[in-house]
Ligand binder design. Structure first.
Ligand code: IPM
Ligand code: MN
Length: 356
């Protein structure tokens, strides 16, 4: 069996604690499933700004390009809020996505019966939700031309350009259709075609692309309506495919359905090695205190095994171990309630490892 290379980028804030836990989970499952995995640590985000004066050093990009998968914690924090736009910690994530060709961001939101009443939404609305958001990740307004400031007739203005090409749209819609084929076969393509030209192209290409797939039902929905449907009837969705900006916003909204953002994993995949990270941020206020919920990162590690290392069995083993630990009543402080057992970040990791 060949040696698989995983690069761990802890990043900032709670990133260090949660990636350490997730790395230990991978190590245990690797022993169990007889996999050879070699870990390397690299710097990005604020940690890299402090060390090298830039958020995404060439060295980090090089090791990332040469590996099978990247596991990332989170980047950013108030310490770097005032650095110039060109070297903001977020640039590390955007730079990695672009450099690794990670055009698809997969964000699954699943609400188990056990956690349904943690959502601020009514239990009967969220119980049983199982949505996969497929967000385009290397195009659109995030990467279009932009102008930070210009003077037109003595008035200052700034702008960002939203642009999508046919191949960019068709490849992400294909990804969504392929994912839907393994689920309920329903794809909702989200746009703002009543206003935006780029959305009208998106809708046309989405329709044509989905036709290539037998048994896939495609619906188009405006993004404002989708935002509403997401909290009114989230169970009606199967796979959602949308642009970079709309996907960013809708996936934070969808995270609320699951009760705690600390539980949610994500996978960014494309041409090269995949990148796996929890949906939440670096939570500097609780960093280093053992309070962070590592489950989002542990489940991201499961996605890493599934998509980049092709180890479905190992991925499921981790997911089942997490379910078991939750069913046994263990919770980090974000999900703690009377009658349950409160555990630290590290203890949660150990409990999951014990179940593997
Ligand atoms: C996300 C984050 C990033 C994004 C930021 C940190 C650049 O919000 O992954 O959703 O906007 O894509
Ligand atoms: Mn976001």
């Amino acid at each position: 069996m060949s040696v698989r290379k995983v690069v761990v980028i802890p990043g900032d804030g709670i990133g260090t604690e949660i990636t350490e836990v997730a790395q230990n989970v991978i190590k245990k499952v690797a022993i169990h499933n007889n996999l050879k995995i070699e870990f390397t640590t690299a710097y990005a985000g604020g940690a890299a700004i402090d060390r090298f004066g830039e958020p995404l050093p060439e060295e980090t990009l090089l090791v990332a390009k040469g590996c099978d998968a990247v596991l990332l914690g989170a980047v950013g924090g108030p310490k770097w809020d005032d650095v110039e736009p060109a070297i903001r910690p977020e640039k590390a994530i955007l730079g990695l996505r672009k450099a690794l060709g990670l055009y698809a961001n997969l964000r699954p939101i699943r609400v188990s019966k056990m956690l349904a009443d943690y959502s601020p939404l009514k239990t009967e609305i969220v119980a049983g939700v199982d949505v996969l958001i497929v967000r385009e990740l290397t195009g659109g307004i995030y990467f279009g031309d932009k102008c930070e400031s210009e003077m037109i007739d003595g008035v200052e203005q700034a702008w960002d350009k939203e642009l999508y090409s046919v191949p960019e749209i068709s490849r992400i819609v294909r990804m969504a259709c392929e994912a839907a084929a393994k689920r309920k076969g329903r794809v909702t393509s989200v746009d703002k075609a009543n206003v935006l030209a780029s959305s009208r192209l998106w809708r046309r290409v989405a329709g044509a692309t989905a036709k290539e797939y037998n048994g896939i039902e495609l619906n188009n929905m405006y993004v404002d309506n989708c935002a509403m449907q997401m909290v009114l009837a989230p169970r009606n969705f199967d796979v959602i495919v949308t642009s970079n900006l709309f996907g960013d916003i809708l996936s934070d909204e969808a995270a609320v359905i699951a009760g705690s953002i600390g539980m949610l994993p994500s996978a960014s995949i494309g041409d090269g090695p995949g990148l796996y990270e929890p949906i939440h941020g670096s939570a500097p206020d609780i960093a280093g205190k053992g309070l962070a919920n590592p489950i989002g990162t542990i489940l991201s590690a499961a996605m890493l095994l599934r998509f980049s290392l092709n180890e479905e069995e190992a991925a499921q083993r981790i997911e089942q171990a997490v379910d078991k630990v939750l069913a046994n009543g263990y919770r980090t402080q974000d999900l703690y309630r009377t009658g349950l057992t409160k555990v630290s970040t590290e203890e949660m990791g150990r409990l999951v490892i014990d179940q593997l």
